[in-house]
Design a protein around this ligand. Structure first.
Ligand code: GUN
Length: 285
């Protein structure tokens, strides 16, 4: 049976390490503060923002919440970001996505100072990752690398197949695996013979955004499978509980893997742990 990669346990270990590190900074009179901006009240975003604030409190990072009404103009949001960019008491700035339709997400994410861009979305940080210089890395793919490393899975020389080419997950994931000396293939909706390409993978990263898309026919015997997807399935019976699943059909794939991440409890908890790591990195020497 496959090794279950426990994202809950690994993220908890990272948060505990960060808590110790933050306490030592506090003794030196150094504090860390994250500004968290939410526009409107999308329920899923409220849950994510709440979890980020909770993680900050646990680690000893101050968080300042800016809950703005749906009707906030782009100019008003840009003005808030500008003032936070200039405020020396703010180490990191996070604007929760998605934003309301009348706002240009690209313009907003690029307005955050690259030095405070703890999401790693600014072009300067995206470029830094490509050329291998210091910068903030997008949290979910950074979390995948930690899951692999802390589970004793070597990336060097391995065939890594990433399915998905988003700016937040697929592209930075490929760059990180390459940085770890993996042999990397990026697949997407136009890839021909997708299952055949996936079957080459020693490490398969599923980030296609379709529930239970990958069954056993996509997976080589003994591969490591990392499931980045998260979907809420409707209840099997009316009034029943809805269930979470990933991009991978776990029951079909797990018997063929050497290791696999579950959903929930795999990649999900790592995103916040790596966000916290990026916040702490703002004061690391
Ligand atoms: N919405 C969904 N995931 C994320 C994330 O990682 N960062 C931000 N800012 N918004 C998101």
């Amino acid at each position: 049976m496959a090794q279950l990669i426990d994202g809950k346990q690994i993220s908890a270990a990272i948060k505990d390490e960060l808590k110790t590190e933050v306490a030592s900074y506090k003794e030196q009179g150094i504090s860390i503060c994250l500004a968290v901006i939410q526009v409107g009240n999308d329920p899923a975003s409220s849950v994510y923002v709440g979890n980020k604030k909770k993680a900050c409190a646990y680690i000893g990072i101050e968080s300042k919440a800016y809950e703005l009404p749906e009707e906030t103009t782009e100019a008003e949001l840009l003005s808030l970001i500008d003032s936070l960019n200039q405020d020396d008491s703010i180490n990191g700035i996070l604007v929760q996505l998605p934003l309301p339709k009348h706002m240009d997400e690209y313009k907003i994410t690029q307005a955050i100072s690259p030095k405070k861009d703890v999401d790693g979305f600014h072009e300067q940080n995206v470029g830094a990752l490509q050329v291998g210089s210091q910068g903030f890395v997008s949290c979910t793919p950074a979390g995948v690398i930690q899951l692999l490393k802390r589970s004793g899975i070597d990336i060097c020389g391995k065939e890594c197949v990433v399915v998905g080419r988003s700016n937040i997950v697929g592209k930075p994931m490929a760059a990180l695996l390459l940085r770890e000396n993996g042999t990397v293939t990026i697949c997407h909706s136009r890839t021909r013979n997708l299952a055949e390409v996936c079957r080459r993978a020693d490490i398969l990263v599923a980030a296609i955004g379709k529930p239970k898309f990958f069954d056993a026919s996509y997976v080589k015997e003994g591969a490591v499978v990392i499931d980045v997807g998260i979907h809420r399935l409707p209840p099997a019976v009316e009034g029943g509980k809805s269930k979470l699943c990933g991009d991978v059909d776990f029951d079909s794939v797990a018997p063929h893997c050497s290791a696999i991440t579950p959903v929930p409890g795999g990649v999900g908890p790592m995103t916040i742990a790596m966000l916290m790591d990026n916040c702490v990195a703002t004061v690391r020497k």
